[in-house]
Design a binder for this molecule. Structure first.
Ligand SMILES: CC(C)(COP(=O)(O)OP(=O)(O)OC[C@H]1O[C@@H](n2cnc3c(N)ncnc32)[C@H](O)[C@@H]1OP(=O)(O)O)[C@@H](O)C(=O)NCCC(=O)NCCS
Length: 247
């Protein structure tokens, strides 16, 4: 789906950080999931807080080094994405719930593992909300997943899979719920829990459906969104967007 209007990082997994440059255009996992109306910058998490505004550094001044690196990489990638969109640069602050305070006319989403980071933004004239998430598949097991997935979801989506596929797809379901959470923040202040939505993979495609089991702002219980997922090395990436209806 990418063309030259979308920037995404070269992917050379497993990611060591070396040789990966954010902003290249040959398709990182998040960029692959999103349409050209969304600008994506993704790549390795890198050290230091260079390039951040002092107000941004203030968000993580007391944080541990890992958190500082992840936050700073997200901000650097966000600045780059905003520059691509030709939006005047300024500090990208966060609200109390940590959601980024995007400049007027822009919506977006940030994700990071300890190695990989991605930022996706778009003009609100084209996209109403975006949620992206990347997870390291290796940290998931059924025990952990049973806290965020219902028995029905596990049976419907993972039954019959061997251990590796179960781990991969279980991680994808978790990631989809994280992406949904960030996505919903773009349209409502209502906060749902992991059990307030159900994920179902569309067999034979890279799409999933997520059904709300509770009302979320303008969306009634039972509303379904479609998202996309992909695997890249040890990572799974998910994305959900709400395009603006054509006028
Ligand atoms: C908010 C949450 C998704 C972030 O989890 P995480 O492990 O830190 O996720 P990631 O590393 O991928 O993303 C972190 C980024 O998400 C963004 N973020 C944080 N809170 C957010 C929120 N409430 N809304 C939107 N984006 C948010 C931030 O940009 C953050 O990075 P930064 O602090 O460095 O800027 C998680 O803490 C959470 O609350 N999960 C619950 C999900 C859920 O219940 N889903 C089911 C119902 S919808």
């Amino acid at each position: 789906m990418n063309d030259g209007s979308q920037a995404s990082a070269r992917l050379g997994l497993p990611i060591s950080g070396e040789g990966l440059e954010a902003g290249c255009r040959d398709g990182g996992p998040v960029g692959r999931l999103l349409p050209n109306s969304v600008t994506v910058v993704e790549g390795p998490v890198t050290a230091g807080t260079d390039g951040l505004w002092p107000e941004e550094v203030g968000h993580v001044v007391n944080a541990v080094p890992k958190r500082r690196q992840e936050f700073a990489t997200g901000r650097r990638y966000a600045h780059r994405a905003l520059k691509i969109l030709d939006v005047p640069l300024g500090a990208l602050l966060a609200s109390r719930d940590r959601s980024p305070l995007w400049p007027p006319g822009v919506t977006g989403s940030i994700t990071h593992t300890d190695r990989y980071c991605a930022v996706a933004i778009a003009r609100t004239t084209e996209v109403a909300a975006i949620g992206i998430d990347v997870e390291d598949v290796t940290r998931f097991n059924l025990d952990l997943l049973s806290h965020v997935l219902s028995p029905r979801e596990i049976t419907a989506n993972l039954a019959g899979f061997g251990p590796d596929r179960r781990q991969q797809h279980g991680a994808a379901m978790f990631s989809a719920k994280e992406a949904l959470y960030k996505f919903l923040r773009g349209v409502t202040t209502v906060q749902l829990t992991f059990r307030d939505c159900e994920i179902a993979f569309d067999q034979g495609s890279d799409h999933f459906q997520v059904e709300l089991l509770a009302e979320a702002g303008p969306f009634a219980s039972g509303h379904r969104f479609t998202g996309r997922y992909t695997f890249a090395g040890d990572l799974v990436a998910t994305a959900i967007i709400l395009p603006r209806p054509a006028p």
